[in-house]
Design a protein around this ligand. Sequence first.
Ligand SMILES: Cc1cc2nc3c(=O)[nH]c(=O)nc-3n(C[C@H](O)[C@H](O)[C@H](O)COP(=O)(O)OP(=O)(O)OC[C@H]3O[C@@H](n4cnc5c(N)ncnc54)[C@H](O)[C@@H]3O)c2cc1C
Length: 256
Amino acid sequence: MPARPEARASTGTVTDREVLGDHLIRVTIEVDGGFSSTGVPDEWVALTVPGQFQTRYYTVRSFTGTQVVLDVVIHDEGLVTQWAQTDCVGDVVGLSDPKGSFELPADAAWVVLVGDLTGLPAIARIGESTDLPVTAYVETPDHPLSGYTDLPVTWVDAPGPEQSGLAALVRGLDWPAGAGYFWMAGESAQMREIRRHVRHDVGMAPTAYDVMGYWSASRGRQRRAVDPGPIYAAGKAAGKDDGQIWDDYDKARGDT
Ligand SMILES: Cc1cc2nc3c(=O)[nH]c(=O)nc-3n(C[C@H](O)[C@H](O)[C@H](O)COP(=O)(O)OP(=O)(O)OC[C@H]3O[C@@H](n4cnc5c(N)ncnc54)[C@H](O)[C@@H]3O)c2cc1C
């Protein structure tokens, strides 16, 4: 389970805004006091846009000592979605300290990366940071973003607007032989299904995969709210590994 970043730690000013595709906008932020990376290639920050107190998480696509680059996916609606579509250059935003989750086991001989467009920035950065053979699949709502990264990416069509079919894709994967690492991010319900699949059907060790829910398609609908915090704390106190804790979380939500 990834640790979430602390609330706002610094402010920064948007110095550049670039449209990368119909659903993707890049913003460059000059960070007051400079930016200190964790060095973990899927690191992310919590972003607070002007006039808001709520934060949204964004992957640090790239950085220098003073700047961070975030790639914002444009949804049908949304707080940051709306903001990124305005002329935001000059806006002052809040940024948390970065946190990361990707943890390559020492014996890994391959990396498989899967995500929807929100996972693309991390997939590209992870793939660009390793010398291991990488297989990457990215689900897109419109067309391939072929110039986005030099990493070979297999682009797959989303099943429909604001939908994801990545669970079915992962169920159909042929896994490379030997020890490796599987990293994935996307819609939370799909990710829960995939976590169960890789743990129980494929039999991966919890240290061999990291499957992260980046957004929830069910937001706004009635659903069973379960706070993962106490389950995580109780599981850790009981000496459980992350896979066992995720099983407890699924059970509490009634997903199993
Ligand atoms: C660790 C981490 C890293 C992330 N990195 C990135 C990143 O680099 N780039 C990026 O764009 N996102 C990233 N995300 C996902 C992003 O935080 C969410 O998609 C966020 O909800 C978008 O905020 P918003 O204000 O635009 O929409 P919100 O106000 O949060 O949501 C508005 C509506 O849009 C829907 N919605 C939200 N996200 C999606 C989606 N992906 N597809 C379809 N519908 C959606 C919601 O269900 C809701 O109905 C990351 C999330 C996490 C946890």
